[in-house]
Design a protein around this ligand. Structure first.
Ligand SMILES: Nc1ncnc2c1ncn2[C@@H]1O[C@H](COP(=O)(O)OP(=O)(O)OP(=O)(O)O)[C@@H](O)[C@H]1O
Length: 266
C-alpha cells in the first residue's frame, strides 16, 4: 500500500508550556494513502495540534512527518492538502458557487486540476443554493459548502477538525454520507478529528485513540465494516460491538492520562 502519511517519533511542545508537558510525545502513525482515519481522545490530548502539524501550519520539535513523501509545508504549497474546521470560513460577499470556485480561481496558474463548483455542490445536495450568499444559509448548509470547497482542488490529503460537531444529529448524518461519497470518488486520504464514537465508527477505516498529558497514540483500532455503510450495516450488531470497543479504549486512554484528582468518567 502507498504510504500516505508517516509520522515518526514526533514530539511537540507549545511555546511557554512546561518542559515536561509536551502537547504531543513520541507519536508514531502510518496512514496508507486513501484511507479514512479518525482521531479521537480526551480534550487536550493534542488532536488539533497534530492536525495543524500535518497541515504545515505548525512545526514540531523532534521526529519526522511526511505526506506522500513530502514535508507538510511542501505538500501545502503544492495545494495537496485540504482543511475543514469546525467553523466554515466563507467569504460573505461571494455567492455559494463563487466561494466553491475560489480555490480554483486563486490557483489557476498552478496547473492543478479543479472540480467544477456545480458538480461539488450537487455532491453535497446544495445545487439549489448556488446563487445564494452565506448569510442566507443554515449552519449545516454552510458546512456543506465548506466540505465542497475543500474538495475543489482535489486534495491528496483532507484534514478535518470536528467539522460536524455544531450540527444536529440528522444534518450531521446527512453530511457524513455526503463526505463518504466525495471521499470514495476522489480517493483522498482523510484525517478526521471527532469526539463522537459513532461518527468515528461510521466513517473510518481506522480509529486512532489518543491519551492526554502528554498526547500519545494509545491504540489504533481497525473498523472492519463493509462499504458502502448502508443503514443495515450501521444499525447492525457489529457496529455496536465496534462502538463498545472504541468506548472501552477511550476509557483506558482517559485513565492513562488522568491526574490523580481528576473525576473518573462513568
Ligand atoms: N498555541 C498554543 N499555545 C500553547 N498551548 C497550546 C496551544 N495550542 C494548544 N495548546 C495546548 O496543547 C494541548 C493540546 O491542545 P489541542 O487543542 O491540540 O487538543 P485537542 O485534543 O484538540 O483538544 P479538544 O478536544 O478540546 O479540542 C492542550 O494542553 C492545549 O492547552
Amino acid at each position: 500500500m502507498t504510504a500516505g502519511i508517516e509520522v515518526r517519533g514526533l514530539t511537540k511542545r507549545h511555546p511557554g508550556a512546561r518542559p515536561d508537558r509536551p502537547a504531543l510525545q513520541d507519536i508514531d502513525l502510518e496512514i496508507p494513502h486513501r484511507r479514512f482515519v479518525s482521531l479521537i481522545g480526551p480534550s487536550g490530548c493534542g488532536k488539533s495540534t497534530l492536525l495543524r502539524i500535518l497541515a504545515g501550519l505548525e512545526g514540531h520539535d523532534t521526529g519526522s512527518v511526511s505526506l506522500l513523501g513530502e514535508s507538510p509545508r511542501r505538500a501545502s504549497r503544492r495545494k495537496a492538502i485540504g482543511l475543514v474546521s469546525q467553523t466554515p470560513a466563507l467569504l460573505p460577499w461571494l455567492t455559494v458557487r463563487a466561494n466553491v470556485a475560489l480555490p480554483g480561481k486563486v490557483n489557476r496558474r498552478s496547473g492543478k486540476e479543479v472540480d467544477p463548483p456545480d458538480e461539488l455542490l450537487r455532491a453535497v445536495g446544495l445545487e439549489d443554493a448556488a446563487d445564494q450568499y452565506p448569510h442566507q444559509l443554515s449552519g449545516g448548509m454552510l458546512q456543506r459548502v465548506a466540505v465542497a470547497r475543500a474538495f475543489a482542488l482535489r486534495p491528496d490529503v483532507l484534514l478535518m477538525d470536528e467539522p460536524f460537531s455544531a450540527l444536529d444529529e440528522f444534518t450531521r448524518e446527512a453530511l457524513q454520507y455526503q463526505l463518504l461519497g466525495l471521499w470514495q470518488r476522489r480517493a483522498t486520504t482523510v484525517v478526521f478529528v471527532t469526539h463522537s464514537v459513532r461518527e468515528a465508527v461510521v466513517l473510518s477505516d481506522e480509529i486512532v485513540v489518543m491519551s492526554a498529558r502528554p498526547g500519545r497514540v494509545h491504540e489504533v483500532l481497525d473498523v472492519d465494516l463493509p462499504r458502502p455503510r448502508d443503514k443495515d450495516i450501521v444499525k447492525g450488531p457489529h457496529m455496536h460491538d465496534l462502538e463498545d470497543r472504541v468506548r472501552a479504549s477511550l476509557q483506558r486512554a482517559w485513565k492513562a492520562g488522568a491526574a490523580p484528582d481528576d473525576l473518573v468518567p462513568l
